[in-house]
Write a protein that binds this ligand. Structure first.
Ligand SMILES: Nc1ncnc2c1ncn2[C@@H]1O[C@H](COP(=O)(O)OP(=O)(O)OP(=O)(O)O)[C@@H](O)[C@H]1O
Ligand SMILES: [Mg+2]
Length: 378
């Protein structure tokens, strides 16, 4: 198994960090410090070493240090699927025209997008923003699940974005009173093709993850989840050939043009898929579980997923656990550290209270974070 590891992380003008470098030797990285110190910012910086918009889904401009020139950079020496590499990403100072896009480099050579980072590292995170995941909107759960898929299939987020663009083109065209039938058909063909690609990746991941959750069952200190995708296309693709599903969706799109035109959006498709989660030990919907139960369920889900990614890709994903540890009782905390050690993943954890990490063991590396500075302890 190849781990996804960071050996050195450097931030430049990244939120409240002017410049900072963290040298990391082991697999348990702990960031402790008061509220507002920059712990989550540091995790967010790490999250930009993967495809997508980072763990806050922030706009790139907002990330730049508000006392800087508008640029920001994250660079890291990593050890991953292709051995040692230097990954770099960030934006240039704004020039006034055109929107600023994220630049990415591998070993100092520019690459087209952060998708290429997936060849080196895989990563998943849990943040306090996900606390309401089971209570909130379907879109949140869909996004959470797409992130899990992305750790297996690095192209997934670009396909999801392409699908969203294609749907927007269709919705815009349907607004025109006498739109061109052929043109609409062409857009719908593209939409259906992308939809099937997105749904297929999701369906496969869901099936494998469900099996992994079942297999782990009582072996984990964290409760098992039963998961199911609530989307006809994902489920149909597990039984039928992709071409048949794609044809059916194209028919649906064609037939529902008037309805969708009236609604101003496309009312059927995998852009509306939800992730259904049940709390397996009590056989109840996750949303009915207690706050602590929901948190433990999410941790169990992420641990099962990390094990699955390792088995499927041979790459153990890096885990970012923002403010996860402090909410666990001491037994669960110990169990989390044990399960993480067994997984062999590099894990970045944060907490405002250093006491939460006393049981981390000798491999733990603690960084004291304060006003945009991170100092290694001991
Ligand atoms: N673009 C920016 N430029 C400068 N500072 C910023 C920028 N964006 C956010 N900050 C500041 O970064 C600080 C640290 O935020 P961060 O979320 O990392 O704190 P934290 O250590 O995780 O705290 P908590 O324990 O409350 O979660 C905040 O005070 C915030 O105002
Ligand atoms: Mg924080």
């Amino acid at each position: 198994m190849t781990p996804s590891r960071i050996h050195r992380l450097s931030l430049t003008h990244f939120r409240n960090y002017r410049t900072a470098t963290l040298q990391v030797a082991g697999d348990m990285v702990v960031l402790v410090g008061p509220n507002g110190a920059g712990k989550t910012n540091c995790m967010e910086a790490v999250s930009f070493l993967s495809p997508g918009r980072g763990l806050r889904r922030a706009t790139l401009e907002d990330i730049a240090d508000n006392q800087g020139d508008g640029s920001w950079a994250v660079s890291a020496e990593v050890e991953g699927a292709l051995g040692l590499a230097t990954l770099g990403t960030g934006i240039d100072p704004p020039t006034g025209d055109a929107s600023n896009s994220r630049r990415c480099r591998i070993d100092r050579e520019p690459v087209g997008s952060a998708t290429a980072f997936g060849d080196h590292l895989r990563m998943v995170w849990l943040t306090p923003a996900m606390d309401g995941l089971f209570m909130g909107a379907a879109s949140e759960r869909r996004r959470f699940f797409d992130r899990l898929v992305l750790a297996i299939d690095s192209e997934h987020s670009s396909r999801v974005s392409a699908l969203e663009r294609s749907l927007r083109s269709r919705n815009r065209l349907l607004e025109v009173r006498n739109y061109d039938d052929h043109w609409c058909g062409a857009i719908e063909r593209e939409t259906a093709e992308l939809a099937v690609a997105v749904a297929a990746s999701r369906g496969q991941t869901a099936a494998k993850l469900a099996a992994m959750l079942h297999e782990r069952g009582a072996a984990s200190a964290f409760p098992s989840a039963e998961i199911m995708l609530d989307g006809w296309m994902e489920n149909a693709l597990l039984r039928e050939p992709a071409t048949a599903v794609e044809d059916r969706y194209r028919e649906i799109l064609r037939a529902s043009r008037p309805r969708d035109a009236a609604a101003g959006r496309t009312l059927d498709g995998p852009h509306l898929t939800d992730l259904q989660v049940a709390y397996a030990p009590k056989n109840m919907p996750a949303r009915d579980a207690s706050t602590g139960e929901q948190k433990a369920l999410l941790i169990g889900l992420v641990l099962a997923h990390a094990t699955m990614v390792a088995e499927m890709t041979g790459i153990v994903p890096l885990l970012l656990l923002d403010e996860v540890v402090a909410h666990l009782d001491p037994n669960r905390r110990k169990a989390l550290f044990d399960e993480l050690a067994k997984l062999g993943a590099q894990v970045w954890m944060t907490g405002a209270d250093p006491a939460a990490f006393v049981d981390i063991g000798p491999t733990g590396e603690i960084f004291d974070v304060e006003s945009g500075r991170a100092t290694r302890r001991g």
